[in-house]
Each structure stands twice: as structure tokens, then as C-alpha cells.
Design a protein around this ligand. Structure first.
Ligand SMILES: Cc1cc2nc3c(=O)[nH]c(=O)nc-3n(C[C@H](O)[C@H](O)[C@H](O)COP(=O)(O)O)c2cc1C
Length: 200
């Protein structure tokens, strides 16, 4: 489990499937972003599946935080969420790469977002930041294919003062290797990473 570097951009690949399309997209994005000025190339990619993320229990312990627990959360003593929550709090820029699972985010990413509840409850002040998003779906069409994922990301990240950039939405990528073997999809990810590098 390689924890994200505190001051470096957080590139978080969120699929449970190793070697799938999100992993490939995250590597391409990191490669393209790393070519931007001021970035140490190659940039590290953090794989969410390497971390155990326990669910928010809605216990409200974080409202009266115990300072011995990371973010005042009892679940932080039982899982690996602390370095990821720290990266969400401190990373100067972020990119989340996630598959669509039943029209939404995969459960480990949703669990991580639910665990940002201490920031929401405490109205912690954060500097304004931008999060790029790459969503990957197997279905080639569907008007609302990405709607659920985008809604959750947009609202969950507000408490961290993170705004979503225009997302990159990729369809029709089902099996591992589909993204890499699609010239247009790979190029779209590289362009998205280069564009992120030139605006940072
Ligand atoms: C549990 C599960 C649910 C899925 N639900 C959807 C879905 O609702 N719509 C869709 O287009 N693709 C769906 N897919 C397909 C994935 O989005 C697609 O295979 C994607 O490329 C997976 O990314 P990965 O290779 O990084 O794991 C689902 C896949 C799984 C395993």
C-alpha cells in the first residue's frame, strides 16, 4: 500500500479491478500531467483498492472529536483511510478515475467520500482546489450514465472546497485493455492530462 505524497497531486485510481481501464487511464493521465511544468515525472498513482476503507457509521463522534483518532473518527483506528483523507485535505490538485458501477461510483470510493463527513460537520476551512474526473463505463450509450457519479462527487467535495473540473466521460470500455486498445480513448486521456498540466 503506497500512501500518497502529502504535497503532490493526488491521482486516485478507484476501480477494484487491477489492470483494468481505470488503472490504464490513471497511468496515462499521470504520464501526461507529469510532462507539465513544475511536476516531478513520473507522478505516482494511488490505487484505492490497496486501502481498507470502513464505512461511515453516522455515529457523530466526529462532532466532538477525540484528538487521539484521525479526524476524530473511530473508524480510522480500524482501517487505512487516514492517509487518503489527509491527501484529500492537502493535495494541491486531484484527479479521480472511477468506473461506473450500476450507474454510480464503486463502493470503495463512495465509502471514502462518506468518510469526509468530519470536514462537513466541522466546516473545516480549506484552500480552493480543482478535481479532475475520469469516469469509465462499459455501456456505449445512456443519457444518465454518469449523472449519479457526478452528482455525488460534486456535492461530497464541496466541504473540502474542491470544485469539479469538466469531467472526461468515456463509454463503451468494458473489458481490461479496451481503453489502451482504443486510440481515441487513450488520446482523450492524454489530452486531459496535458490540459490539466498546463492549467496547474
Ligand atoms: C458491478 C459492476 C457494475 C457495473 N455497472 C455498469 C453500469 O451501470 N453501466 C455501465 O456502463 N457499465 C457498468 N459496468 C462496467 C464497467 O463500468 C466497465 O467494465 C469499466 O470498464 C470497468 O473499469 P475497470 O476496468 O477499471 O474496472 C459495471 C461493472 C461492474 C463490475
Amino acid at each position: 500500500m503506497a500512501s500518497p505524497e502529502p504535497a503532490s497531486p493526488l491521482i486516485l485510481a478507484c476501480s477494484p479491478r487491477p489492470g483494468g481501464n481505470c488503472d490504464d487511464a490513471a497511468d496515462l493521465f499521470a504520464q501526461a500531467l507529469g510532462q507539465g511544468p513544475g511536476f516531478p515525472a513520473p507522478l505516482p498513482v494511488t490505487r484505492l483498492r490497496s486501502f481498507r476503507i470502513a464505512p461511515c457509521l453516522a455515529c457523530s463522534a466526529c462532532a466532538q472529536p477525540d484528538p487521539s483518532l484521525a479526524w476524530g473518527c473511530p473508524q480510522s483506528a480500524r482501517d487505512d483511510s487516514a492517509p487518503l483523507l489527509r491527501a484529500l485535505a492537502e493535495a494541491p490538485a486531484l484527479c479521480l478515475i472511477a468506473p461506473v458501477f450500476f450507474y454510480h461510483l464503486p463502493s470503495p470510493l463512495k465509502a471514502l467520500l462518506d468518510r469526509t463527513q468530519p470536514f462537513w460537520l466541522r466546516k473545516t476551512p480549506f484552500p480552493p482546489r480543482i478535481c479532475r474526473v475520469i469516469l469509465i463505463a462499459g455501456r456505449p450509450r445512456g443519457k444518465k450514465l454518469f449523472a449519479g457519479s457526478l452528482l455525488t462527487l460534486r456535492y461530497a467535495l464541496i466541504s473540502l472546497n474542491i470544485r469539479l473540473a469538466d469531467p472526461l466521460l468515456l463509454r463503451g470500455l468494458e473489458a481490461p485493455g479496451d481503453l489502451i486498445s482504443s486510440r481515441s480513448a487513450s488520446q482523450a486521456v492524454l489530452d486531459y492530462g496535458r490540459q490539466a498540466g498546463s492549467c496547474s
